[in-house]
Design a protein around this ligand. Structure first.
Ligand SMILES: [Zn+2]
Length: 410
């Protein structure tokens, strides 16, 4: 899956050499920080990583002493088209496409300034996110286009409606492939953003979901599904999906996560996008139907982690004020509540997330041959999750981006 995205950058001789010198390095994989690192960048690619603080001669040195370098953060579930207001759906409906594109570009810049160098957009309107890919000054964008849903179903207003039949969904998947999406997103259950849709019920019959996965895989595309309802989760697992979002095990009156289903998700290595990462906003509380289920959702997500499930932080950035476009910086604090160690949490939003986005050989690590997506923060992000909010510098594909901190100071 993601066959065309994951090519290491083998070009040489392009661009000047820059050396980033800092006090510590988290390489995206190892639990131990490397002292006195020097990261050599050529063009958009990391050429070398060494310890000992010595940079080669004749290169530009960026001195980041006191800082820890780490791979740029990766959010596996965002919506650039939603504006983080309390009525993100209504505001989007009022905007023409050109205005939406402007807002999406601003949202992507917010993500980048917050240290997020790769986002996977799991639901836009009119395939607008596809046009923002590979643009300088923006994060790397992996795009699903409008999510595939039933007529009147969850997020139908984004335009990805398909008849809930085998023929209907195959043709919707084909249309997405022809438009050039990187991943197929399917709304397998209802959701909170859509009045009238039911979070406790599956939207598509199991054979239709199976046909969708079959068609997508035939076309070389991975599938991730939005799945709250227990039946939607079970059907998605049976259909052979590559990933699932939310996975809240939502029932009509609570949360019910069967042990065998949890084990199956872990054994099949289906990527679970846990909806974690929230900026606290004073006075804002979750809707009552979410609040009452939150302890149950946290408990079942903790059980998924204990079972060894492949899990990443898919924040749903954009959908509400607590979900800014750089929300993934807040995920480690919540992953800790799910039983994650801090280095493990950092892996979840770097190297593990890169793999889930089909970018395991290009993103999520600071190593030779990888894209030069580098974040520098003050302090030690393994000892202190808040260090992720103290951004000193950001490099996206080798190019420095202004951080929020430096923007505020200028
Ligand atoms: Zn979403």
């Amino acid at each position: 899956m993601y066959a065309n995205l994951d090519r290491p950058n083998l070009s040489t001789g392009s661009g000047l050499l820059t050396a980033l010198r800092a006090s510590w390095l988290f390489d995206g994989v190892s639990s131990a920080l490397i002292p006195d690192p020097v990261v050599l960048i050529e063009g958009s690619t990391i050429r070398g990583v060494s310890s000992g603080g010595r940079a080669p001669q004749d290169v530009t040195v960026a001195d980041l002493s006191g800082a820890t370098l780490l791979p740029g953060l990766i959010d596996t579930h965002v919506h650039l088209a939603f504006d983080t207001s309390s009525d993100a759906v209504g505001r989007l409906a009022q905007r023409r496409d050109a205005e939406v594109v402007d807002a999406m570009r601003s949202a992507a810049r917010v993500a980048l300034r917050g240290g997020v160098t790769t986002v996977r957009d799991l639901g836009d309107r009119g395939y607008l996110s596809l046009g923002l890919r590979r643009q300088a000054g923006l994060p790397t964008i992996i795009a699903a286009g409008p999510p595939i849903t039933t007529p009147g179903g969850h997020c139908h207003y984004l335009g990805g409606t398909a008849e809930p039949t085998v023929t209907g969904i195959r043709s919707a998947v084909r249309e997405h492939a022809e438009r050039g999406v990187d991943v197929i997103k399917i709304m397998a259950s209802g959701g909170n953003l859509t009045p009238g849709s039911r979070q406790d019920l599956a939207q598509f019959p199991p054979e239709v979901l199976r046909a969708a996965v079959d068609e997508a895989h035939r076309l070389g595309l991975p599938v991730t599904v939005h799945a709250h309802a227990v039946a939607a989760i079970a059907d998605a697992v049976a259909a052979g999906v590559d990933g699932m979002e939310h996975v809240s095990f939502w029932t009509a009156d609570g949360v019910d996560a069967p042990a065998d289903l949890i084990q199956l998700i872990a054994d099949r290595r289906i990527a679970v996008g846990a909806t974690v990462g929230m900026r606290p906003v004073p006075g804002l509380t979750p809707p009552p139907e979410v609040a009452v289920r939150l302890p149950g959702i946290m408990a079942s997500t903790r059980r998924l982690h204990q079972a060894g499930a492949l899990m990443v932080a898919g924040t749903d950035a954009g959908i509400a004020p607590v979900k800014p476009h750089d929300a993934v910086r807040y995920a480690p604090a919540m992953l800790a509540q799910l039983g994650y160690g801090q280095a493990e949490a950092l892996r979840a939003i770097t190297s593990v997330a890169a793999g889930v986005c089909g970018l395991a050989r290009r993103k999520g690590r600071i190593a030779p041959g990888f894209d030069a997506d580098v974040l520098a923060v003050d302090g030690d992000p393994i000892a202190d999750p808040d260090a992720l909010h103290r951004i000193r510098a950001i490099y996206a594909r080798g190019t420095p981006a202004a951080s929020d901190a430096s923007a505020a100071g200028s």
